[in-house]
Design a binder for this molecule. Structure first.
Ligand code: NAD
Length: 420
């Protein structure tokens, strides 16, 4: 596990991106430090009754990186490798992601060190309810709004709403987003990350004079983000999905794969592998296939310097968080690849989470087409602002997204003042 001064420490990596953008913005000392460091870090140790009747202690974290632009917002992950520094890094990315798409939220993240794959549903419920109780002094619809992240889902959010509402004594659906529709979830939330990503791909394609009809699309990861992006590119842009992968392997179809049928196959068999008519390829081959749009939608750090040197695409659209290592950006730029950075390309998810929270607060629920139309407006506007910033500062779109978002946070911090 990287130590606090280790260069692989995730928070140190996040600070590198922050510092580069803050230098371009010439941010002064106190404004800079106020954004650089998280506002609040909560560590909790709490007991959970397991199925054996034994009580086990767990450790959880919640970090509020910034509340300068609005209440803190960010997911909760359950994973054995969760650390405070990882949560701090993820919380800062949430601040920048929300500011990139200009929604009135700050950034937060949380996590519990646990292995959900080894826990049954009752243990997960006990853990979630106890963790929510520990957090109840920290979170709230006006303060900090969690959402699902790695190995948490709408089921987890429903337990959180119930536990928080029990503590407060009244129904509080706005305390989390990513809920089931029946308890205040939003129409369109499931598709939102992929839909937002496809909106920015379409905008980038216009800029590059790239016709998406019959454009070859390669997608790593066929889960929520990847499979829905495949469907939307196929159905709404007539693009050709030539290769997809999941944790079990990768498949290739020169004439295009029907994403609906691939999903049905995955539903039946648990993987995209073995899809009739497709050719099995080595997973490491997938990222370097010749295509027009490459969508990493699975893991972090898959586009290394070595992979970047072999990538043959016009656009990389980062549906996943952190798929490109920092040093690979320069290689992609040298090869003329347009990278749509994660804090822009996958911000559709948090944008519709924001819409969910607005609907909860108003008690007035929108139709799916209204959600999608508003999402499009936000994503297109964000793309145009990032593009303008990249031209103004002569930087790539990732650096531009950081400059734009950190500039917005800095402006808020300056107005709020720097003293108590
Ligand atoms: P998911 O669990 O639904 O899907 C992940 C997919 O990746 C699965 O198909 C899995 O089999 C595949 N995968 C795992 N290891 C792989 C490997 N080695 N090679 C190829 N595929 C592999 O998760 P998701 O919600 O789609 O999230 C995917 C990425 O998108 C993550 O980085 C996540 O942080 C990011 N993201 C998701 C959302 C959202 O709303 N779902 C929002 C923002 C960012």
């Amino acid at each position: 596990m990287p130590g606090p001064n280790d260069e692989l420490n995730p928070f140190n990596l996040a600070l590198q991106n922050f510092d580069a953008a803050a230098d371009l913005l010439e941010l002064d000392g106190v404004v800079r430090d106020r954004i650089r460091l998280p506002e609040r870090e909560l560590i909790v140790h709490f007991p959970v009754k397991m199925r054996t009747g034994k009580v086990t202690m767990f450790t959880g974290y919640r970090v509020q990186h910034s509340t300068a632009r609005g209440p803190a917002k960010g997911g909760i992950r359950y994973h054995p490798d969760v650390t405070l520094d990882e949560v701090k890094a993820l919380a800062s990315w949430m601040t920048y992601k929300c500011a990139t798409v200009n929604i009135p939220y700050g950034g937060a993240k949380g996590g519990v060190v646990c292995n959900p794959k080894e826990m049954d549903i009752h243990e997960l419920e006990n853990l979630t309810r106890r963790f929510t109780s520990e957090l109840s002094v920290f979170i709230g619809p006006d303060r900090d709004i969690p959402a699902p992240d790695v190995y948490t889902n709408s089921r987890t959010m429903a337990w959180m709403v119930d536990t928080y509402s029990m503590h407060r004594g009244f129904y509080s659906p706005g305390v989390v987003t990513g809920k089931p529709i029946a308890i205040g979830g939003s129409q369109g939330r499931t598709e939102a990350t992929a839909r937002g990503c496809v909106f920015v791909i379409a905008e980038a394609a216009k800029q590059l004079d790239l016709n998406l009809k019959d454009a070859r699309i390669v997608i790593q990861g066929f889960g929520n983000a990847g499979s829905i992006a495949a469907r939307l590119m196929h159905d709404e842009h007539d693009a050709k999905i030539i290769a997809v992968s999941d944790s079990k392997g990768a498949i290739f179809g020169r004439d295009g794969l029907d994403p609906h049928r691939v999903s049905a196959h995955k539903e039946r068999t648990g993987s995209v592998v073995g899809f009739a008519g497709a050719e099995a390829i080595a997973p490491e081959e997938l990222l370097t296939l010749e295509c027009e749009v490459l969508i990493p939608a699975a893991l972090e750090s898959v586009i290394t310097v070595e992979v970047a040197a072999k990538i043959r695409t016009r656009i990389v659209a980062e549906a996943a968080n952190g798929p490109t290592v920092p040093a690979a950006d320069a290689v992609l730029a040298e090869h003329g690849v347009c990278v749509l950075p994660d804090i822009l390309a996958n911000a559709g998810g948090v944008t519709v989470s924001y819409f969910e929270w607005v609907q909860n607060n108003q008690g007035y629920y929108w139709k799916e087409e209204d959600v999608n139309a508003r999402l499009k407006e936000v994503m297109v506007d964000a793309f145009n602002h990032v593009l303008l910033t990249s031209k103004r500062y002569h930087v790539d779109l990732r650096r531009a997204a950081y400059v734009l978002s950190i500039g917005r946070v800095a402006e808020a911090v300056s107005w709020l003042g720097l003293y108590p």
